[in-house]
Design a protein around this ligand. Structure first.
Ligand SMILES: O=P(O)(O)OC[C@H]1O[C@](O)(COP(=O)(O)O)[C@@H](O)[C@@H]1O
Ligand SMILES: [Mg+2]
Ligand SMILES: [Mg+2]
Length: 348
């Protein structure tokens, strides 16, 4: 059982026994992420004082405007992981293609690949609202000693070895899982150390918060419209509270603590929604399941989707188990019809 106020370093050493045959590479990898996160945190905290906020002047592969901090965070994480020679490849939301890392000896002997969204919610930087970093770690599937290939990155989320996020909020936290529950560490900025502040995090089974960009309401599928109306209906423990920060890490972090559902569905404007399967949905889905919650595309488990491309998008429903199940019920009913009438409120 994790001990509160333990440092992240102590925690990693103490839990090494969860991986009896491990070579320590994964621990070194998590260590590097915590280091890069501190550097990025330092920069995020200065936003407004130095010339780090605002647009970078270029768009990424997905046609989105890059912010200066997107580029800064991307470079910092890539530099740290490359210099310390602990991964054989990196794929990032901000890069068109994956990066092969051969190592100083050129022997491709590292076994892990990292996929990341270096700065999530970056449009919030200029207005001093919480942003995050999301990471996902897999074992490579191609032979050691050879350069990594696309197939090393296109693995279903159920093959993740570890995943986590950093939230740059009122305090900075690193929350991660290696498949043995979810633990959250808060950074003490004066000491530069992470302390276990949220051991064994769990989504409440049910909740009363729904998070979705309701500005897109008219473009949503009927099942989503019906579920939103259900959330707003005055009955039993409803209406639920609507909370949407627009930084997925922050929205899901809050819902994990308080109980709630986060949704980014497909719409008539975006046929697969907006969020990226590999950099955003898979790691958040793995954390969510490890915390007792549920993550789906409205019909099936996110972690079982076999990716076909690096920057693939997917509709996303994630949070307290009972809430996600209820949302799925509405999706399926609108899509396939049903004899049962789970809800009679008019959705028009
Ligand atoms: O403004 P919208 O369409 O509601 O989108 C908000 C969503 O987009 C994201 O910002 C995407 O993240 P990036 O900043 O990494 O592109 C999510 O964090 C957030 O939930
Ligand atoms: Mg993002
Ligand atoms: Mg991003």
């Amino acid at each position: 059982m994790p001990k509160k106020n333990q440092t992240l370093g102590e925690f990693i050493i103490e839990n090494q026994s969860d991986f009896p045959y491990s070579s320590g590479e994964l621990s070194r990898l998590i260590n590097s992420i915590r280091l890069a996160a501190k550097v990025v945190n330092h920069e995020v905290n200065k936003a407004g004082l130095v010339d780090i906020i605002g647009a970078y002047g270029e768009t990424n592969v997905q046609g989105e405007d890059q912010q200066k901090l997107d580029v800064y965070a991307n470079n910092k994480f890539i530099q740290t992981l490359t210099n310390r020679e602990i991964v054989c490849g990196i794929a990032s939301e901000e890069n068109d293609d994956f990066i092969q890392i051969e190592g100083h000896k050129g022997d491709h002997q590292n076994k892990y690949v990292v996929l990341m969204d270096p700065l999530d919610g970056s449009s919030n930087i200029d207005v001093n609202v919480s942003v995050g970093t999301i990471f996902s770690i897999y074992r490579r599937v191609t032979p050691m000693g050879t350069p990594v290939q696309l197939e090393d990155f296109l693995q279903p989320g159920n093959r993740q070895v570890a995943a986590g996020y950093i939230i740059y909020g009122t305090s900075t936290m690193l929350v991660y899982t290696t498949g043995h529950g979810v633990n959250g560490f808060t950074l003490n900025p004066a000491l530069g150390s992470w302390y276990l502040s949220h051991p064994d995090m769990k989504f409440p089974e049910n909740g009363q918060i729904y998070s979705i960009n309701e500005g897109n309401y008219v473009h949503f599928p009927q099942g989503v419209k019906d579920y939103i109306k259900y959330c707003q209906e005055e009955k039993g423990d409803r209406p639920y509270t609507s909370r949407y920060i627009g930084s997925m890490v922050s929205d899901i972090h809050r819902n994990m603590i308080k109980g709630g559902i986060f949704m980014y569905p497909k719409s008539s404007k975006a046929s697969d929604g907006k969020l990226r399967l590999l950099y955003e949905c898979n790691p958040m889905a793995y954390l969510t399941e490890q915390a007792g919650g549920k993550a789906s595309d409205g019909f099936k488990r996110i972690l079982d989707i076999k990716p076909t491309e690096l920057h693939q998008r997917v509709p996303f429903f994630c949070g307290s188990k009972k809430m996600v199940e209820k949302a799925e019920e509405f999706m399926k009913k609108a899509e396939y019809g049903s004899q049962s009438q789970p809800f009679s409120f008019s959705s028009k």
